[in-house]
Design a protein around this ligand. Structure first.
Ligand code: UGA
Length: 408
């Protein structure tokens, strides 16, 4: 099939390469000519495991010209929906991409992949007019394993009318997983509900861990016992410093806003965000239980990226932790195997950087584990005779070890 993808960002490029691997003829459109050039040269504009190899092994064309979408049976809109100041999603890229598709294509199926509030895809349909059918087809890709998530999804969700669903069925015919066919609005909502539920699991695990701490219970033992209930499952119950990234905070906030604008007070979602905001402070409280005055102290921050396997710092817990430390008058020495150049853009020279875990430990009065990279997880901390606070519960303890949800 001839398939078009608008937006060569994270979602679009994975969608394009993944569908090309399945034998579709894919054209990707992006307004950024440097990005387009890189893709055509076989270099992904961002890092994702396996992507360079996959990009170089498929037939895929990138262009800045929407006219290249001619003859495509379906065009996926994969443009960003960044948050506005009030937390609601900014949809201007979705609508302008739809307008450009309309200018260059006589008709066909336009499928929104971006995470959008229910009702948005219908507005795209109104903008496109009667010659087009619209659909929604959310992505569930995790940064760091996006390509393998794409290749073996738990499910493919597709929302649309019969014509659109038939085309999407053809697109995804070689995927061996359940296909969930629903209305466009349900498809849009499934994405929000999935991310909000995962974020809720994490905040729930954090709230219970905070209570465990007060009651003298080790939360890791609790989650081992709870997670084995097949109705619950152990994933996304990792308690600690909380969730970050470009999706969970943004999507929970956007869903909350969408509810609020229709007069509903989404109390649970509110609490999910509130608890998440508090967890970095809990880490610092644990630090202060051993080092009450942080003024003039050097504190090591191990891990800056919002999770291992990425250099992405969006909503990273490290930034919150560092902020609190700097406000308390501490000096920060940070280490991350991949995110330092990104961190420098955000933090400038308000913190110093080390080239290894060892270099941090040799030069600080205390250390905080914020991102569970293997080099951080596997380090031997037994010789580090100073406060160590573990926000992910991964490092081997030393003599002065504290973690959220672990009594001391
Ligand atoms: C998330 C979802 O997992 C994807 O399914 C979804 O497609 C994506 O958002 C999106 O909307 O595009 P991602 O943001 O890449 O993917 O990262 P996750 O692996 O889900 O982790 C998110 C955050 O939760 C990280 O900061 C991680 O450290 C934290 N986390 C995760 C915990 O604090 N505890 C856990 O048990 C699990």
């Amino acid at each position: 099939m001839k398939v078009g993808v608008v937006g060569a960002g994270y979602v679009g490029l994975i969608q394009g390469v993944g569908l090309a691997e399945k034998g579709h003829e894919v054209t990707i459109i992006d307004v950024d000519k440097h990005k387009v050039k890189k893709i055509n040269e076989g270099t992904p504009p961002f890092h994702e495991p396996g992507l360079k190899k996959a990009l170089n092994s498929v037939k895929l064309r990138a262009s800045t010209d929407y006219a290249s979408l001619k003859d495509c049976e379906v065009v996926f809109l994969c443009v960003g929906t960044p948050p506005k100041d009030d937390g609601s999603a900014n949809l201007k890229h979705v609508f302008s991409a739809a307008k450009s598709v309309k200018e260059h294509l006589g008709g066909g199926v336009v499928c929104v992949k971006s995470t959008v509030v229910p009702g948005t895809t219908e507005r795209v349909g109104e903008l496109l007019g009667g010659n087009f059918s619209v659909a929604h087809n959310p992505e569930f890709l995790r940064e760091g394993s996006a390509l393998s998530d794409f290749r073996s999804p738990d499910r493919v969700v597709m929302g649309g009318d019969e014509e659109a669903l038939n085309v999407l069925e053809k697109v995804y015919q070689n995927f061996d997983c359940p296909k969930v066919k629903v209305t466009v609005r349900a498809s849009e909502m499934i994405k929000y509900a999935s991310n909000a539920l995962l974020a809720t699991k994490i905040s729930f695990a954090n709230e219970v861990a905070n209570i465990c701490q007060l009651l003298g219970v080790d939360a890791s033992e609790v989650w081992r016992g709870v997670g084995l209930d097949s109705r619950i499952n152990p994933r996304f119950l990792g308690h600690g410093v909380g969730f970050g990234g470009s999706c969970f905070p943004k999507d929970v906030q956007a869903l909350r806003k969408a509810a609020e604008s229709r007069g509903y007070d989404a109390q649970l979602l509110d609490s999910v965000l509130k608890i998440n905001d508090e967890q970095p402070k809990k880490m610092i409280e644990l630090l202060k239980s051993m080092l009450p005055d942080l003024k003039g102290r050097r504190v090591g921050v191990l891990g800056l990226a919002f999770k291992p396997g990425t250099s992405d710092l969006r909503e990273a817990r490290s930034l919150k932790v560092i902020n609190i430390l700097l406000e308390a008058g501490a000096e920060v020495l940070a280490f991350d195997p991949r995110a330092v150049s990104e961190a420098k853009k955000v933090l400038g020279d308000s913190v110093s950087y080390a080239g290894s875990v060892r270099e941090v430990l040799d030069n600080v009065d205390a250390a905080l584990v914020v991102t569970e990279w293997d080099v951080i997880k596997n380090h031997d901390y037994s010789g580090f005779d100073k406060p160590l606070v573990d926000g992910r519960g991964v490092s081997k303890p030393n003599r002065f070890y504290r973690r959220i949800g672990k009594p001391f």
